[in-house]
Design a protein around this ligand. Structure first.
Ligand code: ATP
Ligand code: MG
Length: 375
């Protein structure tokens, strides 16, 4: 059986189309169960990607969470002589929407004519808001395609916009941040900081869910051992700030080792949601890049434009919300126990970092980062 896959935005990118399409195809093959992927065939026809597969249930499941897919559905292809022939091929759904594309401009009827005939035959059933949606394509040589389609997740194919690392805490926000960055085509890895000796099962389960959206996702875990040992005895009001800068520093070093080029560091920070996320504090964290001469990193905070309610809705949709709520020994909690400042004092922070040699702590931490198996 043949299925349409319509990619979103990709179609607009001219010469890039081939590259995007290849990435999309690779991603689908990676995500499909191994027993299906060898039997799947892609066809490029009339600007669409088609997939020929016998077990479409599994393929559909993967398409529904593959970024870059605008919509997909099975194709019925047939020849027609007139409008009546086309009408015969339309299933009498209780309620459905119709979208018509007429590529053959020499046909003796317009899209609108056909639409009116359909509306007349299925009186009261054709509605723009209907859940069932069909598209009719009219090609030359009187060939028509009818597709009953479902919307895909949209966005760009993962890998088409470069690489990234998301600081992954196990809370509600960072999984959503990862989802949104992957949706813009970034191939992500996750980096989680944990207290020494803590069981990170919860983090693995969250990563597993995200791997359904992000082909090739890896989870890295870093112990906060060196950092804790260096700061535990010290009195300092901005420890949480220093820890956040430390996480960015470690992620920069890890990313450079893995990618050797520019990349994104994503966080689940919002703006003004909690005391640590004031503008002053976010600037204080961002300036770690400048302070340590890191010039190949862009820090992305995709949740800045969202309310907590919107973030929670997304977490539920992605499927991470329930796990995120589970109790987990957050490594930040200890640091935060020293109090959170809403205004950053970068001068003091830099002096403190020199005293504890933050760069060296980051280097030692990167050396011991583990790649975790989450499948
Ligand atoms: P989240 O729900 O993602 O934990 P949050 O609203 O609780 O976010 P914070 O705990 O202040 O906010 O953390 C802000 C961001 O810092 C997180 O979204 C995440 O990107 C990063 N972060 C915090 N703790 C960790 C950690 N243990 N490991 C990796 N990243 C972390
Ligand atoms: Mg948190």
């Amino acid at each position: 059986m043949l299925y349409y896959i319509r990619y979103s935005e990709v179609g607009l990118k001219g010469k890039q189309v081939k590259r995007f399409e290849n990435i999309l195809r690779e991603n689908l093959l990676t995500q499909l169960p191994k027993e299906i992927s060898p039997r799947i065939e892609f066809k490029q026809k009339r600007g669409f990607l088609y997939v020929d597969a016998d077990n479409f249930k599994a393929v559909e499941e993967v398409l529904s969470r593959t970024f870059g897919v605008a919509w997909y559905g099975p194709v019925e292809e047939f020849k027609f002589k007139n409008v009546d022939d086309i009408l015969k091929h339309i299933e009498p759904f209780r309620s459905f929407s119709v979208d018509i594309k007429r590529y053959d401009k020499s046909l003796p009827f317009t899209s609108l004519d056909l639409f009116h005939r359909i509306s007349a035959k299925f009186a009261g059933r054709v509605s723009k808001e209907a859940e069932i949606k069909i598209k009719i394509f009219l090609y030359s040589a009187n060939v028509a395609h009818i597709v009953v389609y479902k919307p895909g997740p949209g966005g760009l194919p993962v890998g088409s916009s470069g690489r990234g690392i998301v600081l992954f805490s196990g809370g509600i926000d960072s999984p959503v941040a990862a989802y949104l960055l992957a949706k813009r085509g970034i191939r992500l890895d996750l980096l989680h900081f944990h207290k020494p000796g803590v069981d990170i099962d919860k983090i693995k389960r969250l990563a597993k869910i995200l791997s359904g959206y992000i082909p090739g996702l890896r989870l890295f875990s870093a112990s906060t051992r060196y950092f804790r040992e260096a700061v535990i005895e010290k009195e300092f009001a901005y420890k949480l700030q220093v820890f956040r800068r430390f996480m960015i520093l470690v992620a920069s070093k890890l990313g450079w080792r893995k990618f050797r080029k520019s990349f994104v560091i994503g966080t689940g920070d919002s703006l003004g949601q909690v005391a640590s996320q004031t503008l002053s504090n976010l600037v204080g964290v961002t300036s770690v890049l400048c302070d340590y001469g890191i010039n190949n990193v862009f820090i992305a905070r995709p949740l800045v434009g969202l309310d907590k309610v919107e973030i929670i809705d997304l977490a539920k949709k992605i499927g991470t919300y329930r796990i995120s709520l589970e109790q987990y020994p957050d490594c930040c909690a200890n640091v935060a126990a020293f109090g959170v400042k809403t205004v950053s004092n970068t001068q003091k922070i830099r002096e403190f970092e020199a005293q504890i040699d933050l760069e060296q702590l980051a280097n030692s931490t990167v050396e011991e980062i583990k790649q975790v198996q989450y499948t």
